[in-house]
Design a protein around this ligand. Structure first.
Ligand code: SF4
Length: 323
């Protein structure tokens, strides 16, 4: 399917992910809908345990063995839910790629950077030998690593944390994917390195018409890199909107709480940030109605019915009392 046709590059409908373990099943993702066009950017934000990483892994076909997916993930017109494993694996690299929070999870400590950077190109038949080495040097240069020829000979432990994350980004870009998913990709870095990697990601996205999904607990990271944002709570999208609108006028009480809990440079000094009271619900026993009700100052009787997303201003909000 080409980009001129109506269907977006990524179209997710009613996606569910259930993780099976010894105690039964956990509903990690519950009925998520997403659309993302080629070259566009989407942030997914929420607290730990909201289901962000499980959603990202499901999109990549990397859910844990035993996880059960339901609903639909269409990528470039192909249905990914239920696709045969070998066919699915071939998409990872040339079509979609992921950058994780911990670069050591993606890097093998026993292999040189050059070997790891060229592995995907060799596996997918994109380049081999000296052509792959030349492309690896170009990629390291593109992610602004100095002395790329020298770095290709080094092992991961010889690089700084920021450099390792740039190498992981170069690996993800090596097969020229059309969709990049970055899961807390800058969380472990200090703020200056984080800012330079976000700027780099934005440049590369524009240059390669790359679709980007940025998963983060940090609204500041999303604000710097994503045109639209979806707020996830208990595995459901509770608000989705253009990022600027969400930051200026959040509609859902949970989104409002996340914004209030952000540190502000100009805010009063020495005062604790207003935290959202309570804790996220147990995913083994989600309430039938609104999962945020036990923590919500606006909860009333109608909230025992599950709120469905409805258009409010230029957002979609799953709340009986938005605004
Ligand atoms: S539906 Fe009710 S409980 Fe849920 S967020 Fe909205 S007002 Fe609060």
């Amino acid at each position: 399917m080409t980009e001129t046709q109506a269907e977006p590059l990524l179209k997710v409908r009613d996606l569910g992910v259930r993780i099976m373990d010894a105690r039964g099943s956990v509903a990690a993702v519950n009925g998520v809908d997403l659309d993302l066009a080629a070259g566009d950017s989407l942030g997914i934000v929420g607290e730990s345990g909201a289901g962000k990483s499980q959603l990202a892994l499901a999109l990549m076909g990397l859910s844990a063995p035993g996880a059960r997916l339901s609903g639909s993930i269409r990528f470039d017109g192909q249905e990914l839910v239920g696709m045969r494993a070998l066919q699915r694996r071939r998409l990872n690299g040339p079509q979609m790629a992921m950058v994780f929070q911990d670069p050591m999870r993606a890097l093998n400590p026993f292999l040189r950077i050059g070997t790891q950077l060229t592995e995907g190109m060799r596996y997918h038949g994109i380049a081999r030998g000296s052509a792959a080495q030349a492309e690896a040097r170009r990629l390291l240069d593109r992610v602004r690593i100095a002395q790329p020829a020298r770095r290709l000979q080094q092992y991961p432990h010889e690089l700084s944390g920021g450099m390792r994350q740039r190498v992981v980004l170069a690996m993800a870009l090596a097969c020229r994917p059309r969709l990049l998913i970055a899961d807390e990709a800058t969380t472990a870095l200090d703020v200056t390195v984080q800012a330079s990697i976000l700027a780099l990601l934005n440049d590369i996205r524009a240059e390669q018409n790359l679709a980007l999904i940025m998963v983060s607990h940090d609204l500041g990271v999303i604000a710097q890199s994503c045109r639209t944002t979806a707020v996830l709570y208990a595995g459901r999208i509770v608000e989705s909107a253009p990022t600027e609108a969400l930051l200026m006028h959040p509609q859902h009480p949970y989104a409002q709480g996340l914004l209030r809990a952000r540190p502000q440079l100009e805010g009063p000094r020495g005062e604790a940030l207003p935290a959202i009271p309570g804790t996220p619900p147990d995913p083994r026993a989600l309430p039938a109605g609104c999962a945020f009700a036990p923590r919500c100052p606006r909860a009333d009787a109608i909230c025992s019915e599950r709120p469905l997303p409805t258009a409010v201003a230029n957002a979609h909000v799953a709340c009986h009392h938005p605004g």
